[in-house]
Design a protein around this ligand. Sequence first.
Ligand SMILES: Nc1ncnc2c1ncn2[C@@H]1O[C@H](COP(=O)(O)OP(=O)(O)O)[C@@H](O)[C@H]1O
Ligand SMILES: [Mg+2]
Length: 289
Amino acid sequence: MTGRTKARVATGASAGWVNLLNFGMLGASMEPNAAGELAIEFCAVSYVLPGGQQLLSGLDLKVQRGETLVLLGRSGSGKTTTLKLINRLLSPSHGEVRVNGKSISQGEVIRLRRSIGYVIQDVGLFPHYTVEQNIGLVPKIEGWSSERIRSRTQELLQLVGLEAQLASRYPHQLSGGQRQRVGVARALAADPAILLMDEPFGALDPLTRDELQREFLSLQQGLSKTVVFVTHDLREALRLGSRIALMEAGQLVTVLSPREFLRSTVPLAAAYVKAFGDGPSVAAHRGDS
Ligand SMILES: Nc1ncnc2c1ncn2[C@@H]1O[C@H](COP(=O)(O)OP(=O)(O)O)[C@@H](O)[C@H]1O
Ligand SMILES: [Mg+2]
């Protein structure tokens, strides 16, 4: 029996991630799309490099609390730049980014980052830290005791379907899928209300990717975190997103629900659907709401 299978058995038939609810540690009472509840807002945001190259222009975007907003666009369209503006790895050249109704340029950057989990492809884990040290990074900064960090790590490993003994391994001793699971566990460690995920499943084989997508959906249905999820894969966007924000050349083209996207006459959206053939409609199981 593999570690994953064991974890499944241990936590019931559904994905282990849902078990976060049972620990009562996450904001399960958060209402998705509650009226007026904006988690993140971009107001006329532009980002220009010091040399003058404009990476983003006139971005207006609202992310509701509890939704999974997918940023979809080809490579170089400005998705990662948009994410980095949310946790202030970058600051807008013009306009304003708000989190929970407040401009983030005013507050303390460290506090902001601790309230936002960040999952990135490949380079997310520190190679010279064990799995437990990686997961415990933010809790340690927050002053948690090593005992509390250890028990939280064990909880999170189970949650993302990994065996307890992986805690002492180093990232190079894990498979790609295991590393991504650790990346998700680390992002969830201090229970942030917002998760930023930058092509988190992009480098995985199709079966592992499918598995992680399914687990992500279970997690999200149970917990309703506010998630901004970057992908260039329409299939993934349709499957995971409550809404899809389509980007091209540093601009927001349109924001649509998965169903709206499939029948959209916006030329770029229609081009995506055409490029993916008949497949995506099968994946678009989410409603218009
Ligand atoms: N620091 C930088 N210096 C120069 N060009 C950059 C820098 N950061 C990003 N870019 C360019 O800006 C564009 C948008 O980048 P990015 O937001 O990473 O796109 P995406 O994530 O959609 O692939 C790309 O053309 C990229 O090469
Ligand atoms: Mg990117």
